[in-house]
Design a protein around this ligand. Structure first.
Ligand code: XMP
Length: 511
């Protein structure tokens, strides 16, 4: 089934992905393309949205695409830079603003009876983030809304289905932003809102069946949300022809390998658990440089996975849990589009499994959509709500070199911390949590004995994507109990500290 699609032209705004997500929350499929790479099949898109930008329309470097195949031909919405662009190059005037226009503002005027503003009234909060302002509307422009400081906060161009807003409807602080997008897309552009997790599952399964036929597919499971959802989708499409490999690198959380493997088997997946702990520990022996540790783990994984792939006779495809943010082409600060990701397959010198054809069933989804699709597939909520966990696992949480004993200590500490978060109802309030084993011994006293043992740091952060993060204000009582439990129960640890650094300038992991 073909769904109506919305095209979002990216001018480099930090909020472009948010526009796409808000549109998709309306059950409308949207795609982001760089401003200077307008798809040639423009007729396949029912409406177009122009994003904001760090650039000024007044500058020499102004991003200036040719919209002649779009303007006046299909519904068009300009947001921030998009609104200024539509004004400045069409008979209007954009100039630097005299007052700061960042943050909250309230609509002080709203034209009555306007379909674009249906359900939005004076006083509605909108979010501004711009330094230029639209002084004069373009030819045939008609004012639709103002704020106290911004006269031309919204306008339309008569004779076209073109609308423009200076504020950002995509950020949550714009209270009626979603309503506004709904007005534009559903009421005005008549886009059919039929793109739902259920329809995605149904259509993707059919497409996978058609694409893969009776071929065999190999997929590396990590225990994370993306690879799990990809596996369940493929399993629905091709059943036992999907060969899942779940590798124990010996750096997973306590009992994780056994527990997750059981869960996968319970879900009916054709999965093989491969315990390669010793191989990874060998590869890491004596290594304490963080990047070299990562590389050693990466190499070991490729070897193990390649060995496993060779055991599957006549396998044709490699499945990956790639998601949409990994493949969106971003607009760089210099205005030129830059690819964010390169494919690594079908290149000489690579392990054999990497020469397989690649299938990426989640390539069109944002992370929150992967979770919704997972729920629609009936995957356990607990599995879908798991904190992110780095591929190199505890190796980058053990500062310095890795030994089996250090891994054991950290697994115990981590288990007390994570189980405690669950018991106290805090786990879902935290985006990611874990413990770090520090390369310092300090003096303590237990009973009458002097100790000289390891120190661990606990880290719990809130974040949306891991790019920025802040430490979580966990209750003192919880920290007190956790620290007590760790020191009393984990032999070799006599001190616990809590990391109160934000990212930036710190990072989430310590290595
Ligand atoms: P940082 O430490 O860079 O972490 O603030 C941001 C997010 O990325 C995860 N992370 C990794 N994930 N391989 C991974 O698969 C890695 O080498 C790696 N390093 C960091 C980290 O857990 C956090 O979610």
């Amino acid at each position: 089934m073909q769904h109506d699609k919305v095209l979002i032209l990216d001018f480099g705004s930090q909020y472009t992905q948010l526009i796409a997500r808000r549109v998709r929350e309306l059950n409308i499929y949207s795609e982001i393309h760089p401003f200077n790479k307008i798809p040639t099949n423009i007729d396949d898109y029912k409406a177009v949205i122009l994003s904001g930008s760090p650039f000024s329309v007044r500058g020499d470097e102004a991003l200036h695409p040719d919209l002649s195949n779009i303007r006046g031909k299909k519904p068009l919405l300009g947001v921030c830079y998009g609104a200024q662009y539509l004004a400045h190059f069409s008979g209007g005037n954009v100039a630097p603003s005299n007052t700061r226009e960042y943050g909250r503002a309230k609509l002080s005027y709203v034209k009555e009876g306007e379909a674009f503003l249906e359900g939005i009234s004076e006083g509605s909060q909108v979010w501004m983030s711009h330094s230029d302002t639209i002084k004069e509307l373009p030819t045939n422009g008609e004012l639709l809304a103002s704020t106290h400081d911004v006269q031309n906060a919204a306008y339309k161009i008569n004779g076209e289905t073109t609308f423009a807003i200076q504020f950002h409807p995509e950020v949550y602080h714009s209270t009626d932003g979603k309503q506004l997008l709904e007005n534009f897309l559903i009421n005005i552009a008549e886009v059919n809102p039929d793109w739902t997790p259920d329809s995605f599952v149904e259509e993707t399964v059919e497409a996978l069946k058609a694409k893969i036929g009776n071929d065999k597919v190999v997929l590396g499971l990590s225990g994370g949300v993306d690879s799990t959802v990809a596996a369940v989708l493929l399993n629905k499409a091709i059943g036992k022809n999907l060969y899942c490999v779940f590798v124990n690198n010996g750096l997973l959380r306590k009992n994780e390998f056994e527990n997750v493997l059981n869960q996968y088997e319970g879900m009916g997946l054709n999965v093989k658990g491969v315990d390669a702990s010793a191989r990874f520990l060998d590869a890491l022996a004596g290594e304490s440089d963080p990047e070299k540790k990562r590389k050693a783990i990466g190499r070991a994984f490729i070897e193990v996975f390649d060995d496993e792939a060779h055991l599957i006779e006549d396998v044709k495809w490699l499945a990956q849990g790639t998601i949409y943010p990994d493949v969106i082409e971003s607009v760089s600060a210099t205005g030129g589009p830059s690819a964010t990701i390169k494919s690594h397959h079908n290149v000489g010198g690579l392990p054999d499994f990497m020469k397989l054809k690649v299938v990426e069933p989640l390539k069109a989804l944002f992370k929150d959509e992967v979770r919704r699709v997972g729920a629609s597939l009936g995957i356990d909520a607990e599995l879908l709500g798991r904190h992110p966990f780095p591929g190199p696992g505890l190796a980058i949480r053990i500062l310095g070199d890795i030994t089996a004993e250090k891994v054991r200590i950290l697994q115990e500490v981590d288990a007390i911390f994570i189980n405690g978060l669950k018991d106290w109802g805090l786990y879902d309030k935290v985006w990611q949590a874990g413990a770090m084993l520090l390369p310092v011994n300090s003096v303590g006293v237990m009973g009458d004995e002097r100790t000289y043992e390891k120190c661990v740091a606990l880290r719990a952060v809130e974040s949306t994507d891991g790019m920025t993060a802040d430490w979580v204000n966990l209750p003192y009582e919880f920290l007190q109990k956790t620290s007590n439990d760790i020191i009393n129960k984990v032999k070799g640890v006599n001190r616990v500290v809590y990391d109160i650094s934000s990212k930036p300038p710190a990072t989430i992991e310590w290595e």
